[in-house]
Design a protein around this ligand. Structure first.
Ligand SMILES: Nc1ncnc2c1ncn2[C@@H]1O[C@H](COP(=O)(O)OP(=O)(O)OP(=O)(O)O)[C@@H](O)[C@H]1O
Ligand SMILES: [Mg+2]
Length: 290
C-alpha cells in the first residue's frame, strides 16, 4: 500500500511499469481537477481506478491516452513519454492500446463489424477488406458475441452486447494495454459479472495490462489485482483491497466497508456460482441475456 511516496519516482525495474504518471496537473479554467497526481500501472495487472463522481477518473484516462493535454506533469507509457511527441511517435504508441470509453460510444451509423474495423482502417490501412472482415469476425467471437451480431447496428443490441462490441473494437488492433471506463455501468449483476469474467480471461490469455475505471465494487473484488483511489485531486492510495482496507482514510473505509461494500463481498460468491452454472449449461457467455 503506498500513497506514491517520493521513492517511487525512480523505478529500479522500469520494464515492469506499463504506465507511469508523475506530478500530473489538469485544470479547466480555474477548476483544478488533478494536482501532483502520481500513479504507476504495472505491466500485466488489472488496475481498478475508483473515486467519487467528478474526481477526474475519465480525465486521467484521457490524459494518459493523449486526448487531454495536461497543464503539468509527465506521463510515460511503456517507457515512452506521451506528452510533447511528434504525431508519428504518438501514432506508434496509440497502436499499443485500445480504449472503451465511458458510455461505449459505438458509431451508430456503422454495424458492429464496421465499428470494429474503424481502428484497423486507421492504424493498418494496408490490410485489405477481406482480412479486415475476418479480424472483425474473430474479435466478435473473442468477446463472446454471437456471429450474427456483426451486421447489426448498435441500436439493435442489448446493453451488454454493446459493451462487448465496444470491447471488441478496443481489442481490434491487438493492443498490449486496455483502457476501460465504466465497462459494466448499466448492466445487471449477472451480465456485469459475465463481462468481468470475459475481461479477466482476455487479460490473462492475451497478457494485457488493464486500466479499469469502475464504480462497481463487485468488479473490484472479482478481477482487479490492485485498486487506485482518486480523491483530493490525486491518487491517495494504491494497493490490493486488503491493503486499502488497512488504511484509515474515511472515504476508503466508507467505500469498502459501507453497506454496499460489504454486500459486494458476499454477493460476488453468489454471482460466481450462477455463472459457473450457466457455463455448465454449455452455452456461451455471448448468448447470455445481458
Ligand atoms: N472537457 C471538459 N471541459 C471542462 N470540464 C471538464 C471537461 N471534462 C471534464 N471536466 C470536469 O472535470 C471534472 C472531472 O471529470 P471526470 O469526467 O474525469 O470525472 P469522473 O471521475 O470520470 O466522474 P464519473 O464517475 O461521473 O464518470 C468534472 O468536474 C468535470 O466537470
Ligand atoms: Mg468518468
Amino acid at each position: 500500500m503506498t500513497a506514491a511516496p517520493p521513492s517511487q519516482s525512480h523505478h529500479p525495474h522500469d520494464g515492469d511499469i506499463a504506465i507511469s504518471v508523475r506530478g500530473l496537473k489538469n485544470a479547466f479554467g480555474t477548476q483544478i481537477v488533478h494536482e501532483n497526481l502520481d500513479l504507476d500501472v504495472r505491466r500485466g495487472e488489472i488496475l481498478g481506478v475508483v473515486g467519487g463522481s467528478g474526481t477526474g477518473k475519465s480525465v486521467l484516462m484521457r490524459s494518459i491516452i493523449g486526448l487531454q493535454p495536461p497543464v503539468d506533469g509527465e506521463i510515460n507509457v511503456f517507457g515512452e513519454p506521451t506528452i510533447g511527441r511528434s504525431d508519428e511517435d504518438v501514432q506508434a504508441l496509440r497502436k499499443r492500446w485500445g480504449v472503451l470509453f465511458q458510455g461505449g460510444a459505438l458509431f451508430s451509423t456503422l454495424t458492429v463489424a464496421e465499428n470494429i474495423e474503424v481502428p484497423l482502417r486507421e492504424f493498418y490501412p494496408q490490410i485489405g477488406p477481406q482480412l479486415r472482415n475476418e479480424i472483425a469476425a474473430y474479435k466478435i467471437r473473442m468477446t463472446g458475441l454471437p456471429p450474427e451480431a456483426g451486421p447489426k447496428f448498435p441500436s439493435e443490441l442489448s446493453g451488454g452486447m454493446k459493451k462487448r462490441a465496444g470491447l471488441a473494437r478496443a481489442l481490434a488492433i491487438d493492443p498490449d494495454l486496455l483502457f476501460l471506463d465504466e465497462p459494466t455501468a448499466g448492466l445487471d449483476p449477472i451480465g456485469a459479472a459475465a463481462f468481468d469474467e470475459q475481461t479477466r480471461q482476455l487479460q490473462q490469455t492475451l497478457g494485457l495490462t488493464v486500466f479499469l475505471i469502475t464504480h462497481d465494487l463487485d468488479t473490484l473484488y472479482a478481477i482487479c489485482d490492485r485498486v487506485a483511489v482518486l480523491a483530493d485531486k490525486k491518487v491517495i492510495a494504491v494497493g490490493t483491497i486488503d491493503e486499502l482496507l488497512a488504511t484509515e482514510h474515511p472515504w476508503i473505509q466508507e467505500y469498502f466497508n459501507g453497506p454496499r461494500g460489504r454486500a459486494a463481498t458476499s454477493s460476488r460468491k453468489v454471482i460466481e456460482q450462477e455463472i459457473s452454472h450457466k457455463a455448465d449449461g454449455a452455452d456461451t457467455a455471448g448468448k447470455d441475456k445481458d
